[in-house]
Each structure stands twice: as C-alpha cells, then as structure tokens.
Unconditional design. Structure first.
Length: 676
C-alpha cells in the first residue's frame, strides 16, 4: 500500500484523541459501516471529520488516496484540507477532498465519454446558463414575457436536482412547465453540441455513468475505501443517488449533518435524506454530538425547546459546561423605526461596555428589513457591513426605481432616462438610443427630449414605445402636486410595467425584489417630497465607511448559517414575516417546520447574548399601518430561558406575548393569503 508522499504522523493515537469528548471520540473511532454523526450547532463537527481522516491515515487503516471527503463549499474543503495538514503535516495530491461538484468533475473528466459527453467539456456558470436559455427561447420564437428565462431555468434546475433527464419527466402541470420541458430537451442537446455542462449536469451524468457502467462504478468502489460527507442535510436527490452509488462498495460511509439546520429546501435540498439514513443504509449507526462549545446554557436550552415543536426530526438536545449565561431577551417595539432605534441604542450600550462592534450581528428574515437599520446605523454613526448582499440602496431594483423617480422629477436627467427607458423591455434598443444621442448633439437638447423628437419623426414599435413611456411619466407628474409621494411612486412603478416585470418572473429572487420595492415605497412615505427623498439617498450613498474590521454585521438568517457572534439581534419576529407567510402558503406544515429550523439556526448563532425583537405595527406598501402579531416562535421558547423587556429596556415579568390564534395553521394562512 503506497501512501504517496512523506507524512509526519502524529506521535501517538492518544495525541489525536486527547481533546475530544466521548461522543466525538466514538465518531472518530467508528470506522466500519455506515455512520451518521448528528452534529448540533457548535458541537465540533469539523474537528470530528478532520480527526477521523487523520485517524484513518495515521493508523494505516486507509491510504490517503483511498479516502473521499465531500463538502458543499470550496471554503469548507480548503478548511478541511488545512486542518488535516495540521494533524498530519502533508496531504498527498491524490487525496480527494473537495466539493461534490468538483469530485463529480474529476470523475467525468476520466469517464464522461462513456455517457456521450466530451471529457474536455466546459462548465457554464449561472450567467452563461441564463443567456443560453434566453437564446433558446428566441430560437424557438417564444414570447420571453410568457416564458421567463429565469423561470424556465428554475424548472430545469429542479429537475436536475431530482436526478431527472428530459426523458424521465412525468406528466406536465400547465403550459409553462410543458414548454419548459421542450426547452430542457433542446437545452441538453445544444449543451452536448457545445461540449458544455452546467452544475446540475455534473451530478446528473455521474449518476448516469454509475447506472449504465457498473464496471466503472466498481473501480471507484475499489478506489474509495472510506467516504466522508459534510452537511449531509443539504444534499438533494441527485447528490443522494451519487453518494449512495459510491458508498455501495465498502459501505464505509460517514455522513455528518444536522436535521435541525436543514434550511435550504428552496435550493433543492431534501431533509428526508438525513431523516431516512438508518433505513437507506443497512446497519447504520447514529452518534449524536450534543455538547456545544459556542453558546451559553440559556441560549441552547431555548433553541432546543423551540425545535422540539418539530415532528420531523431525529432528536437531540444541546448542552454546555459553560454555565447558564444570559437569558434570551425579548423586546416589543411599536414599529420598525422604534425597533431599529432600540437595537442601535443597545449596540451603543454594549460598545461602552467594551463589546466590539465586530462581535455583534443583526439577523433579518427578509433582505428588505435591512433598510430601516442601515439608515439608523448611519444616523448614529455605527459602522456596519451587509454580508452576503448589497446595501439596500445599492440593489438593482432599488437603483432602477430611484432612476424612475429621478427622471420623474427632472425630465432632463439623461443618465436616469437611459437606465430605465428599456427596463422593462419596450423594443427600444441601442440603435434607437444611438439615434437619440445624435439628435441631442445636433439640437442641443437632453437625450430624453431627443428621444421624443425621434419618436415624432418616425413610425414603428420603438416610436410607439417611447410615446407610451412618456405618456405614463407625464400622467404621474400630474399627480405630484396633490398626491402623497409614496402613492405617486407606487403608481409609476406599476403603470410603467416595472412591477409586472418582476411579478412575471416568479422566482425567489424576484419575490425578494418585490418586497424590497414595497419597502422603498414605505421609506418614501417618510418624506414630504420626492426631491427630499432623492437627496437623502444621494447623501447616504456618499457615506463611505472607513476600512475597519470592527463593524456590526447585518445579514439574512440564511446567510448567517455557519457563523457565530458574541451578541445577536434577531429582529422582526412577527407572524407573516417570521414564519414567512409565503412559505406557509406554498409548503404548509413542512414550510412551517423549515421556518422553525431557521429560527433554531438564528438563535444558535449567539454565543453570549441573544436579543429578539418584534413590532406591533408594520407599514404596508400602501403607506398604511398594519397590526402585527408576535411570532409563534417566541411563544414556543421555554419560559425559564426568556426575559421580557419593558419600555425602559429593563426586565419585566408583566409583559406577555399574545398567543397566535388557533386558526392560524399553515393551511389557514394559505386560505387567507390566496383570498387577498
């Protein structure tokens, strides 16, 4: 057996195991047969994985090239490799540690020709894939407004996540899906011609290879004696098939994951993969890692008490030897402005107590919630960063909407005009704009005025579209004098077709953009005029924070998974916002359970202090007020782990969270939402 390189093996086995707790040690030493390590938040799962690899190599149970270690991000793969290097000094180049897609790529580079693909294939990124689908829609002479490229791409991705080629699809549901199937078939054929694959194909063709060529699969059975998988709860159906095929040889499969942190079903992940582990792999053993090294006792007890309300879980309870620490604080705010003020004041108090800004985070359920906090941060000079996304006023849809507003109040704003004239598409292309620029130079007028002059001189689709555009703008300008600014903007975005453009897309990203636009309208309602609002935005955009790592982090809860902070503010814990109403409508009880898992993830990001806030009033996109009900998740927190704050910010035993009415089940929410 060749170990392919010089390895500095750790001095003794006891050195490797000395700092592991009993459950971690058992997970490292259990090397035969299928094993599920059910690793709760902050329980040291990465240490278990890397120690297990080091144990296999140092004890000569397996050579490095006989081990396959699969992660879900390049960052996690790099960290795993580095940690194993720290234990064993060097990893030979032929050891397979990487993302599931990179491992599939290596396999297809060797054997892809067996399933009809060129082994010198290119890999499409998301932008390439979208442009390719747009081109197919044009070639098939389909209406892009009816068959949105992103919607079609979403269908294709979901089919690939489920391991389905075009010829394996069942009955279609509606005309969009029917046409998407046709596009999918054409898409796969064109990709083959171009010698290209997308990310879904990497797994899809691997499963096809294993299914049709058992002799090739057998060579990988002989190669990989041990397989390790991180974040198993995030696998989709195709990835599950891929892993099960590879593990069917030696059957030494070790999967590490946490069913209570399965929060990516919208990406195609199937929590059922981890829940069925014992049934899917005969003789499987489950080891639970429950000792947490991150959070204090009250935080862990609260998170465990909350997640016990889920029925579809394997079950575990986190605990710590670090002491009880602080109870979770719950604060009621009158509205979102009051909530943002409370959070920022608490941040300033903590900073005076020498708590660094960098150890604090604000976690939101929806990205549009960041707007109120960003403005308050700037007002109180609190340095911050938005992680995993753009700042509110930097987002595409917000910049588009502000360009509409700028042009509404100044019809000579050529930059704003050029940004919006063909958004949404109005048959006004670059050639038309080029002609407008020529007229602007000749006549000494703005590009917008030149476009109108051009439209008056010619006939055709472009001329008609320009006239319609200016008609909408002029009608909205006539409203400015006697209509609240927020209502004018709402009317402008609707009548211009901008709102419809995002509604037709029907993707999670488009829904988030629509929520952001609603929040923009709410923001405008706070100003006396649109000019005041535009000036306000310009001043905010001009504020550049110093290059300082000590800043408060702000992100969605999804984006916070895997991170930890000393102090965590969990804001907007209200029914319809969290749990998210749309999720309950679309997915019923399974959606509610995933939202609860998301709440569990949010709470367990905190190490020392978690503060939850909710409002009793929220502004709607009609600039009105809507009563809000505290999230059912607050009610589900164990009482001994929670303390409520009164208006002065001190503990109050009197304030109670109102129960969510019994009729507000996911099914009731679905019925009410669809009737709106």
């Amino acid at each position: 057996m060749s170990y392919g390189g010089v390895l500095r093996v750790i001095s003794t086995e006891s050195d490797l195991l000395v700092d592991l707790n009993p459950q971690q040690k058992e997970a490292v030493l259990t090397v035969d047969g299928p094993l599920l390590v059910l690793a709760g938040a902050g329980t040291g799962k990465t240490r278990v994985l890397t120690s297990r690899i080091a144990h296999l190599i140092s004890q000569k149970i397996a050579s490095p090239e006989e081990i396959l270690a699969v992660t879900f991000t390049n960052k996690a793969a790099f960290e795993m490799r580095q940690r194993v290097c720290d234990l064993i000094s060097e990893i030979p180049g032929d050891m397979w540690i990487g993302t599931i897609h990179s491992m599939a790529t290596k396999i297809l580079r060797q054997h892809g020709d067996k399933v009809g693909i060129d082994t010198n294939f290119s890999i499409l990124d998301d932008d390439d894939q979208l442009r390719f689908i747009k081109g197919l829609i044009a070639v098939l002479e389909l209406d892009e407004k009816q068959y949105q490229p992103k919607v079609v791409m979403g269908h294709i991705r979901r089919w690939k996540d489920r391991g389905l080629f075009p010829w394996k699809l069942g009955l279609a549901m509606g005309p969009i899906e029917t046409m998407s199937r046709r596009i999918y078939k054409e898409y796969q054929e064109r990709l083959k011609t171009l010698r290209s694959l997308d990310f879904g194909d990497l797994i899809l063709y691997c499963t096809k290879l294993f299914d049709e060529h058992p002799d090739i699969l057998k060579t990988f059975h002989e190669k990989f004696k041990y397989i390790l998988v991180d974040e198993y709860q995030d696998t989709n159906t195709a990835q599950y098939i891929w892993l099960k095929a590879l593990a069917s040889g030696h059957k030494n499969l070790c999967c590490v994951g946490d069913d209570d942190q399965a929060i990516y079903s919208w990406r195609g992940a199937d929590v059922g993969n981890i829940l069925r582990f014992e049934n899917d792999f005969e003789g499987a053993k489950i080891i639970r890692l429950e000792q947490n090294y991150r959070s204090c006792g009250h935080i862990l007890s609260a998170a465990s008490g909350l997640i016990r309300n889920n029925t579809k879980r394997l079950g575990k309870d986190l605990w710590t030897t670090a002491g009880d620490g602080h109870q979770i604080r719950v604060k009621h705010a009158w509205n979102s402005e009051d909530e943002a003020r409370f959070v920022c004041n608490e941040i300033e108090k903590l900073r005076l107590e020498d708590v660094p800004f960098g150890s604090m985070a604000v976690l939101v359920r929806a990205s549009y919630q960041t707007r109120e906090f960003e403005e308050r941060f700037l007002r109180q000079s609190i340095p911050y960063q938005v992680i995993g996304g753009l700042r509110f006023y930097e987002r595409q849809e917000i910049r588009d909407a502000i360009a509409y507003i700028r042009f509404l109040i100044d019809n000579n704003d050529s930059l704003a005009f050029e940004r919006i004239i063909n958004v949404p598409k109005r048959s006004i292309g670059d050639a038309t704009l080029h002609k407008a620029h020529i007229i602007a130079q000749e006549e000494g007028v703005s590009v917008a005025v030149a476009a109108q002059l051009y439209a008056s001189r010619v006939r055709g689709k472009a001329s008609q579209a320009i006239n319609t555009f200016f008609s909408v703008l002029n009608e909205c300008r006539s409203l400015l004098e006697n209509t609240p600014p927020a209502i004018v903007v709402k009317t402008l975005l609707e009548d211009s077709g901008y709102i419809s453009m995002w509604k037709q897309e029907k993707t999670p990203e488009a829904l988030a953009r629509l929520d952001n636009l609603k929040e923009l309208v709410n923001a405008i309602a706070e100003f006396d005029s649109l000019r005041d609002f535009v000036d306000h935005v310009a001043l905010i955009a001009d504020r550049v924070e110093p290059d300082n790592p000590d800043v408060v982090s702000m992100m969605t809860i999804h984006g916070a998974k895997g991170l930890e902070f000393g102090v965590v503010f969990l804001v907007g814990w209200e029914e319809n916002l969290f749990p998210n109403q749309r999720t309950l409508v679309d997915n019923g009880m399974s959606g509610l359970e995933e939202e609860r898992r998301l709440a569990y993830v949010a709470i367990t990001r905190g190490k020392h202090l978690v503060i939850i806030s909710y409002c009793s009033h929220r502004k709607t996109n009609n600039s009105g007020w809507q009563m809000a009900t505290p999230s059912r998740f607050i009610r589900e927190l164990p009482k001994d782990d929670v303390i409520f704050l009164d208006k002065k910010g001190v503990a109050s035993a009197a304030e109670q969270v109102r129960d969510v009415s019994e009729d507000e089940t996911p099914e009731a929410v679905r019925t009410r939402f669809k009737s709106m």
